[in-house]
Design a protein around this ligand. Structure first.
Ligand SMILES: Nc1ncnc2c1ncn2[C@@H]1O[C@H](COP(=O)(O)OP(=O)(O)OP(=O)(O)O)[C@@H](O)[C@H]1O
Length: 262
């Protein structure tokens, strides 16, 4: 608060308190009549600032829908979805576009790099489009963190899959977004590249104070997070702090048993 006003923002600043994003009674209904699907049923959840949260749950439980609603990529049917203090349902399309551009970083399974641009140009593209100049010191730190320093002039075709994924991570981090949403970011990677990517995300939270929310099916991937929230049938049914792969698996098994006995 007051001390933040007098202390220059250091890249290694400790995680500030509070929620980077939150949902309150968030519901999302697709279709009508016979095709009506309640994808999210009054979900309330906070994603802590400077924290790494994983979202898990069976296929069709609403993980991607929750992420899309929280990231302003989909409209909500009821309740509230906020990024920082901004209520998303109050924003028009253009305001939403600006919010996504300025405050949110995305990492998807497909890296979506532009083949004609080199690694550095891909990393700074969102800021170039927004007409913003990158903070050089921050950019250097991000590039060093993801280990791309010697590859910045290479085009995507000259990089391995793992290196391309690092470019996608650096692109998400470069503008210092309020929050990064990652949807199955390791889905297309071999286990070594996947572990590397998760390590970078973990490091970005620890070293750079970044906020990360990641959808995953993989208990090992989820164990990189500070906290796992579990969805089932569009509802938030449980959460686990300080997850280990075994702890996550154990929790998932328990849900399975409950499903079979109820
Ligand atoms: N655009 C849409 N129109 C209609 N129904 C949808 C739409 N998107 C998602 N759904 C439905 O909403 C429910 C939740 O889907 P969602 O994709 O969020 O689940 P998920 O947990 O991410 O699943 P997966 O792990 O398989 O990706 C599902 O029943 C799905 O069929």
């Amino acid at each position: 608060m007051s001390q933040a006003a007098t202390t220059p923002t250091a890249p290694q600043a400790p995680a500030p308190a509070g929620a980077a994003a939150c949902a309150v009674g968030l519901s999302k209904v697709y279709g009508e009549g016979e095709t009506r699907v309640v994808a999210l049923d009054s979900v309330s959840v906070e994603f802590g600032r400077g924290r790494f949260t994983a979202i898990m749950g069976p296929s069709g439980s609403g993980k991607s829908t929750l992420m899309h609603c929280m990231a302003g990529l989909d409209t909500i049917s009821a309740g509230s979805a906020r990024i920082g203090d901004t209520e998303l349902s109050r924003l028009h399309d253009r305001q939403l576009t600006r919010l996504r551009r300025d405050k949110i970083g995305f990492i998807f399974q497909a890296f979506n790099l532009l083949p004609t641009l080199n690694a550095l140009e891909n990393i700074t593209l969102p800021m170039d489009i927004a007409g913003r100049r990158p903070d050089q010191e921050w950019l250097d730190l991000v590039v060093a963190t993801v280990g791309l320093s010697g590859r910045l002039r290479h085009r995507p075709s000259q990089l391995s899959g793992g290196q391309q994924q690092r470019v996608a991570v650096a692109r998400a981090l470069a503008s210092r977004p309020e929050i990064i949403f990652a949807d199955e970011p390791t889905g297309n990677l071999d286990s070594r590249s996947g572990a590397e990517l998760l390590g970078f995300l973990r490091e970005s939270v620890r070293e750079l104070g970044q906020t990360v929310v990641m959808v995953t099916h993989d208990p090992v991937a989820a164990s990189y997070a500070d906290r796992v929230v579990f969805l089932a049938d569009g509802r938030l049914i449980d959460e686990l702090a300080g997850p280990t792969p075994e702890g996550v698996l154990d929790r998932m098994r328990r849900f399975d048993t409950k499903d079979r006995t109820s």
